[in-house]
Write a new protein. Structure first.
Length: 388
């Protein structure tokens, strides 16, 4: 937390505090976006129940009894949380005057309407107008307001982009509904860095904060399997070890298939072309499937080397030792390129008990006393010789 911060309200949820830049700033309006079913209501209700402050949780999405049931699932202490099922803002403000909450939660902005205009809930004009009323309330009373917004198929908070400009903080809750991990990112934050992120696991009794994300993103296995490699990646400011899984097999039907989950398909095709042209691996007639475990999507180019090694491992049907990990980008000439924040990546690998980390020969760093063996390579062939 920055020392310049005068006063923030502790949400009692470390991941959320981190993403917010310390906690809830009085009078701030925070928009939490995410696809339906991802866990937005769960997250904010859980936070509302566990906070020491008095929270008014307004839902236009579910009935009182549905919310009560959810609340019982999430926590056994909810003395300070008031639940209101209401969609008209004038009625909401009436309850606010009576109960004077410290924090207001709105679930969701798409269900609200103000009597001042005639449009139906969820329309651009209603969303704009009700948000404006909430902002006015937040600023006048210094009350933090958390607003849930559903994301439409195009990936923006449904209705107007303008909403994102009106609020102080825009958070995004993401994940793959088939997996239990959820990532909370900040897209905009007037009070802190947008590089921070929070990681949760959705359990039957709510969202668990994941303090050591690396452990969960590496699948557990007893024996060495071919086709997997661990990448030392970076999500936001946080080092993260993730497992890359590749399956290379002879194409059964004419055109070989290429598919990538959690990794950019264009980049996979680029890497396969580099392997073919620059390093002489003939994968042109092979199906290649690539997967990042945990259902997360990674953009960090530093995972390239692990992608290459997972592919080569599957192609050779030879496992890479489980205590090895990788952090480097691959260039078009087949060169192994340096990546940012290499020291953080190396120390995370060391902390988690890896024995060797493969990086680019061109990566410069100052700390020389790592308790992990650092292997610097400059070309794909070199790493191939070392591994297989
Ligand atoms: P929800 O918070 O309703 O999503 P959103 O508000 O973003 O639409 O989350 C819904 C999903 O989460 C639903 O599939 C059930 C699951 N869930 C759990 O797995 N554990 C829980 O404790 C709760 C409350 C929900
Ligand atoms: Mg919901």
């Amino acid at each position: 937390m920055k020392s310049t911060r005068k006063f923030v309200l502790d949400t009692h949820n470390n991941e959320l505090n981190t993403v917010l830049g310390g906690g809830l700033v009085p009078g701030s309006v925070i928009l939490l976006g995410g696809e339906p079913g991802i866990g937005k209501s769960t997250l904010l209700l859980q936070v509302a129940l566990e906070m020491k402050h008095k929270v008014l949780y307004v839902s236009g999405e579910e009935s009182q009894s549905q919310i009560k049931m959810r609340a019982e699932r999430l926590s056994n202490s909810h003395s300070n949380c008031l639940i209101l099922t209401e969609t008209n803002t004038q009625n909401i403000f009436k309850t606010i005057q009576e109960s004077e909450p410290d924090i207001l939660v709105i679930d969701s902005i798409q269900t609200l309407y103000t009597s001042h205009i005639e449009a139906s809930p969820g329309t651009v004009s209603q969303i704009k107008e009700t948000t404006a009323e909430l902002i006015k309330y937040a600023k006048e009373t210094a009350t933090p307001v958390l607003v849930i917004g559903h994301i439409n198929k195009e990936g923006s908070i449904a209705g107007p982009k303008i909403l994102e400009h009106m609020v102080d903080v825009v958070l995004q809750f993401e994940g793959d509904r088939n997996h239990t991990y959820r990532i909370l990112r900040s897209q905009k934050n007037r009070f802190g860095s947008t590089a921070e992120l929070g990681i949760y696991e959705m359990l039957s009794n709510g969202l668990r904060e994941v303090t050591n994300p690396s452990e969960i993103l590496i699948s557990e296995k007893d024996s060495d399997l071919s086709g997997t490699a661990i990448a030392a990646t970076q999500e936001g400011m946080r080092p993260l070890m993730i497992e890359i899984q590749a399956l290379v097999s002879t194409a059964v039907y004419g055109t070989p298939q290429r598919s990538a989950t959690g990794y950019n398909l264009k980049r996979l095709n680029m890497i396969l072309a580099v392997l073919e042209k620059r390093a002489g691996f003939h994968l042109g007639s092979k199906d290649v499937f690539l997967n990042i475990t945990g259902g997360i999507h990674v953009d960090d180019p530093a995972i390239d080397l692990a992608v290459v090694c997972a592919i080569l491992s599957s192609n050779n049907d030879e496992a890479i030792p489980q205590n090895y990990c990788f952090a480097a980008e691959i260039g078009l000439a087949g060169e192994v390129r340096p990546v940012s924040r290499i020291e953080q990546r190396i120390s995370e690998a060391e902390k988690l008990g890896f024995d060797k980390v493969f990086i680019s020969k061109f990566n410069k760093f100052t700390n020389k006393d790592f308790g992990i063996e650092i292997i610097a390579v400059s070309k794909i062939e070199e790493i191939y010789q070392l591994l297989f």
